[in-house]
Structures are given as C-alpha cells and as structure tokens.
Design a protein around this ligand. Structure first.
Ligand SMILES: O=P(O)(O)OC[C@H]1O[C@@H](O)[C@H](O)[C@@H](O)[C@@H]1O
Length: 250
C-alpha cells in the first residue's frame, strides 16, 4: 500500500505553525545596525556633554537597553541604565535627535531585506501560512516598502499603530498578539521570530507556540541570552528554518 507523505519545506519546530509573526528591524530588514549607529552618535554626544567617559556600545548597550523598544522607551532605558537624567525633556531631546539621524541615513543609504528571510517568506506563502510584520518602529512600513517585501505580509503592526491603539511596547506581548489576532490565528498556534531580547520575552509572555531567536551578532553570550529570555530555538539566519540548512545554534 502506498502512503502519501507530505514533505514540508520547514524544520520540524516550525511545521505546526499556522501563522508566523516577524519582527522587522534585524529580522526582515538590515536596519537594526542603522538604528544602533544613529543611537550611538546621539548617546555619545549626550554622554560627553554630561562628562561621562564610557560611550554607548552599539552591540551590548543596544541589545540590552534599546533594541525592540519604542523610540522613547529606548532613550529612557539607556539613560536609566547609566543612572543619568530621565526627565521628559532630556528623553525627548535625545529621541528626536536620533530620529533626525535615522531618517537621514535611510534617505541616503536605503535598506535591504535579508535574502534568507525572503526565502522563508516565499516558502511560507507557497504553503499558505499567513505572515505579519511587527515593529516598535514607526518607520517599519517604509522600511518594508523600500526593501520590496511589504506584499509578503498580510498585515503590519508598527509603532504608529501601537500608539493609535495604545498598545504597550515590548517586552509586553501586545503588538504580537494584535498581529496574531489580525491573522486570525491564536498565539498558541503561531510562531514569533525576533532578534531583540525584549521581543523574545514578549513572544514568550504572549504564549506563542514557538519563539525563534535570531542571533545576528554571534557574541559570546548572545545565543544563550536569547534562550534565557524564552527563545525555543536560535538561528543566525532565517534560511536555517528551511529544510536542508543547519538549524539551532546551541
Ligand atoms: O524611532 P523608530 O523608527 O520609531 O524606532 C523605534 C525603535 O524600533 C525598534 O525596532 C528598534 O530596535 C529600535 O532601535 C528603535 O529605536
């Protein structure tokens, strides 16, 4: 007797997902480094102005205090971590300066999508698994358009939507849950793919069936940190979620 076996293109942990929610900066588009560079320029100028010698580390400080958080939360988070002034005026001034630099960098250099992410998105589309893009950033729709991947997502929940709907930022799961709701699939049947520690924690707290951590920095503890915050699986590139690629860096 012949038995039909459905061959999946996806690695085993992803096969049960009926929807996939992607973070944007650093997962879909190569823009986390653009944010980090803009933050560094602004924080360093501020640190010098208040007589501090230890500058902003665009890998470690960014990962721990800024990545995945809204513009104001990121500014306040880093200043608080250094024990500096977190008054509304200072936080807003720093955040606005960063926004000017980021917008200028986008105009001058643009942004691209990671090829491995595009491969995964196309495979999900071929298997009719709906996908959403989520971001703390108000620039996310523009980034997705400029990287020519906007049409691969059924919905986008970005920083502007979060403000309009009064959704709390990551590590609260509200943005991811809103995305799953729009896709019409429960969180416990959906996967979240995130590179930020705050975002991985949000996926875990939201009760998602699978939380994939993306470790682009490959630092000494970066994969372990993603796991500690709740990642079930850590990959360096999203193509590793397709069969035939190596998945899950320990
Ligand atoms: O200032 P924006 O574009 O609204 O972005 C807010 C935040 O968006 C997050 O996705 C980034 O990780 C942060 O670095 C950024 O600060």
């Amino acid at each position: 007797m012949l038995v039909a076996v459905a061959l999946s293109q996806f690695v085993r942990p992803l096969r049960a997902a009926r929807a996939v929610v992607f973070d944007t900066d650093g997962v879909i588009t190569d823009s986390a480094r653009v944010h980090a560079a803009a933050w560094k320029q602004v924080f360093d100028a501020y640190l010098r102005s208040v007589g501090q010698n230890e500058m902003f580390d665009p890998v470690e400080d960014y990962r721990r205090h800024v990545d995945g958080r809204s513009r104001l939360d990121g500014a306040a988070g880093f200043l608080a971590a250094r024990g500096l002034d977190t008054s509304d005026a200072t936080v807003r001034a720093v955040a606005e300066a960063k926004e000017r630099l980021f917008a200028q960098a986008l105009r001058e250099h643009g942004v691209v999508a990671y090829p491995g992410t595009v491969r995964l998105l196309r495979a999900l589309r071929a298997e009719r698994v709906p996908c959403a893009a989520v971001s703390a950033s108000r620039h996310a729709p523009q980034l997705l358009e400029r990287a020519r991947v906007r049409d691969l997502f059924a919905t986008v929940v970005d920083g502007t939507e979060a403000a309009r709907l009064a959704l709390p930022g990551k590590p609260d799961p509200a943005l991811f849950l809103e995305a799953a709701r729009r896709l019409g699939v429960a969180a416990d049947r959906s996967a979240v793919i995130e590179d930020a520690l705050a975002g991985v924690e949000a996926g875990r707290r939201g009760g998602f069936a699978l939380v994939v951590g993306v470790d682009r920095t490959a630092g000494p503890t970066s994969a372990a940190d993603l796991r500690a915050r709740g990642a079930d699986l850590v990959v360096g590139d999203l193509a590793e979620l397709l069969v035939g690629e190596v998945a899950d860096r320990a």
